[in-house]
Write a new protein. Structure first.
Length: 187
C-alpha cells in the first residue's frame, strides 16, 4: 500500500514584507507562487486547492502553505457525503480519519468486523447501499453537522446516489471557500 507522504505545512511567515521562505533542506530562498495544488496528502486522488502558496526549491524540495486545514477537511467531508456516486475505499478512509476515530471504533459504530472495514477501505469488498449511507450519516453525526441545509441535501441527495457507480471524486476548492476573511496566502 502506498502511504500518503506527510504534508509539509509551513507557517506563512511574511518577514519584511517579502517572500522569505527558506528551504528546510538547503536553506536557499524558495520560489513561491500562489496557485493550484493537487492535495494528494488528503489520501484522495483528485482534490485540488486553488489559491494556496506553493514554494519550490532548486534542490527539489517543495512545500505548501495550507491554512485552516481542519475547516478544509470539513468542507471536503461534506462534499464526499453529498456526492451522488458510491463512496470509494479512499473516501471512506478519509471520512473515518476526519472524525478522528480508529478503524476498530469505526467498525464497532457501523456494526461490522474490523476486517470488513479494511476490505472496504482497500476497495476489496463492495460496500452495500445502506452501509454507504450509514457511513455518511455517522460522519455527519460525529462532526455535529445537522443544519437544516444538510438535512435537506441528505433527503434529496441520498435518493440520487448511483450506487453501482464508483466514479473517482473530483473536487476543486478555492481557498476562499474554507478560509474566512482575507486570503492569507495572497501575495
Ligand atoms: Zn532546497
Amino acid at each position: 500500500m502506498i502511504r500518503p507522504k506527510p504534508l509539509a505545512v509551513l507557517l506563512f511567515v511574511n518577514i519584511n514584507g517579502g517572500d522569505q521562505m527558506k528551504c528546510p533542506t538547503c536553506n536557499k530562498k524558495m520560489d513561491c507562487k500562489t496557485g493550484k495544488y493537487q492535495y494528494s496528502e488528503s489520501g484522495l486522488d483528485n482534490v485540488y486547492l486553488l489559491g494556496v502558496e506553493v514554494c519550490k526549491c532548486s534542490c527539489g524540495e517543495r512545500s505548501v502553505s495550507i491554512p485552516a486545514i481542519m475547516e478544509l477537511h470539513r468542507v471536503i467531508g461534506i462534499a464526499l457525503v453529498t456526492k451522488d456516486t458510491a463512496l470509494t475505499g479512499k473516501e471512506i478512509k478519509f471520512l473515518r480519519k476526519n472524525i478522528g476515530i480508529s478503524g476498530k471504533v469505526f467498525a464497532e459504530v457501523i456494526g461490522i468486523d474490523r476486517s470488513t472495514l479494511s476490505r472496504w477501505e482497500n476497495d476489496n469488498q463492495v460496500v452495500s447501499k445502506s452501509n454507504d449511507r450509514l457511513i455518511r450519516l455517522v460522519y455527519l453525526n460525529f462532526k455535529g453537522i445537522a443544519q437544516k441545509k444538510i438535512q435537506i441535501q441528505i433527503r434529496d441527495k441520498f435518493k440520487e446516489i448511483k450506487h453501482e457507480k464508483k466514479k473517482s471524486f473530483r473536487f476543486t476548492i478555492p481557498v476562499k471557500d474554507w478560509v474566512p476573511g482575507p486570503n492569507m496566502c495572497e501575495i
